[in-house]
Design a protein around this ligand. Sequence first.
Ligand code: 3HC
Ligand code: NAI
Length: 685
Amino acid sequence: MSVITTQRHGEVLVIISDNPPVNALGQAVRAGLAAGIAEAAGDDAIKAVVIRCEGRTFFAGADITEFGKPPVGPSLPEVVDAIEQCRKPVVAAIHGTALGGGLEVALGCHYRIAIPSAKLGLPEVKLGLLPGAGGTQRLPRVAGVADALTMIVSGNPVTAARALEIGLVDRVADAGSLADAAIAFAREVAGAAGHPVSSLRTDRIAEAANHPQVFDKFIAENSRKLHGFDAPKACIEAVRAAVELPFEQGVKLERDLFMKLVSGTQSRAMRHLFFAERQAAKIDGIPADTPVIDIARVGILGAGTMGGGIAMNFLSAGLPVTLVEREQAALDRGVATIRKNYERTAARGRMTTEQVEQAMGLLTPTLDYGDLADCDLVIEAVFELMEIKKEVFRRLDGIVKPGAILASNTSYLNIDEMAAETERPEAVVGLHFFSPANIMRLLEVVRGASTSPSVLKTVMGLAKRIGKIAVVSGVCPGFIGNRMLSPRQTEAQKLLLEGATPWEVDAALTEFGFPMGPFQMADLAGLDLGWTAEGSTSSTIREVLCERGRRGQKTSKGFYDYDENRRGSPSPETETIIADFAAKSGLPQRKFSGDEIRERLLYPMINEGAKILEEGMAQRASDIDIVWLNGYGWPAFTGGPMFWADTIGLKVVLEGLARHARALGPDFTVSSLLRSKAEAGETFN
Ligand code: 3HC
Ligand code: NAI
């Protein structure tokens, strides 16, 4: 059956797309749309047209799988132009998500009607692109420059209600009656004398034409967020063209910019990440008919930094949580922090006070382990000590109902050892949340030796329900993320002893695109994590910094000195402390270039990633990219560590490691997978 069909309702022709799962605008859809418009144009009995989609959504964009392949006509810009030039009014009937090329089709239509749950956006920037079918020229003309800039540069969609406010849709229909409402709308406008044509409008861009400084202001306000990315700059340039140039010239500029971006490495990297994120949710070797366990109540043990944040994920998703602590004071503190976090969100307008109370109403704080009995999943977030974890698992196993899942939030420890303490090792799994757990989207799901497919499938589904991006890891110290962080930290410390400053090391990574470097990160987290004054041995730079009261941002000094706005500047005291350690180390001192620092920090990470792959600890290279992107701020425009290594060439990485062999030390070993792939000219992804 054709993906596009037409139906006649009196004098209205309805063009219907049915191209699951998301009605992507592949070649067959484009050709069908063009044919539908031609059918309407050639039939005098037809006075108006409706374009709508079957299934879960209106067109969610161009078909991304076609990028990089030879184009087959008609192109999307041609189709959008044909719709706009149709002499009979065309109404877009929008449900689900009208995204990218989908919204561009809607902008080519003369009228737009949407249901309240619909979302409309131009997310191309998230794929390293800009809208390439007239979106940068039509959206400002329809919705005004300020909103168009925000939508196109952020890539975030707006709701139907907001779309109505800014003039992007003309009407909002009742949820159940979109098809009929669109036909009625089409009948209504069929007889009108003229119809709004997006590309001909000037009313919404007139103001910006008189105030061109809006663009400079927008760039200044967003420069930090946009740093390193090519696509947002192109988006801004194209919207500026909508204001300054005639439509045809603006469209040509948009086209040129699109072609440049789509063939560049940044967009290739970001498209890789789009598919990598979806791939990560798929687990090898789990049959499709594997049953899932119903999770109706979650138990959490430990109301500290992590336990509280983890609880918020479930409360926000409407799941009741039983939160257990060992002492009242800690419990009260934990609950107060949860409330404070919600209230802060409400103060920023992102939650109503009703929603705060709703979430808090789902929370049952208690000191009694027995209250966990009826939970379907219990996650422990107590101290990071194996003896304590083992005891906790023995105890939970005796209390929590049979069939329920027992999970650990450990960052480094062996899940299998915990599972061995229970009578239900198949129900034990690692759920490694990242701090702050209510905000960070990454979740490492640690698959133990005995974890059952059903438990794994259940927690992957649950992760999606609470808005996390889950990646499966095998059992190894630090799992995927922290295991790869470890060689980076080691090299960062060593570089200090060889003559590099913390600020040079951090700058090398921020220039690469990380939001912060290792020493800025340490200052933010607090240098005294796991440090006690009594046990101090003054044997590391970090210990001495702590002894001198330099414990990070919270004490206004750590590696850096901080002003009242938490802006850091290089500290002479830190430099002296480092110089003392460097002198004691006897290592020769020298200057390092940014490139050399990056090689020392990043190549050993790639090497560790390769080991993780060859040991089967990650299912695929792209899963490692997803971990580093969402857990550690690896810059998206490089596609993640493994994709980046592929881009620069594995041979280059291998040669770099050989060049730095002496500095890396005798304990450093090169991954055999990295070596064999580099020698064979292969890639990880
Ligand atoms: N092209 C090709 N495949 C797509 C696609 C697209 N635009 N959008 C989604 N898919 C595929 C996904 O890869 C996935 O495939 P899989 O089942 O084999 O893994 C399947 O459709 C379902 O997608 P999700 O799992 O993401 O489904 P959700 O319901 O969670 O989300 C969505 C739906 C919000 C539409 C989300 O898929 C999405 O954001 N899609 C991308 C939207 C986008 O970026 N559009 C712009 C494209 S670029 C463009 O239009 C250029 C133009 O300006 C010229
Ligand atoms: P925390 O010290 O802030 O909180 C631990 C809480 O557990 C304390 O409130 C303590 O009173 C409570 N507790 C200890 N033993 C208990 C028991 N037997 N029964 C009930 N409650 C008990 O520690 P944090 O940072 O929340 O870490 C918890 C776990 O999460 C650790 O395994 C840690 O490795 C892991 N983790 C920590 C991250 C972080 O950034 N802090 C990130 C990811 C994982």
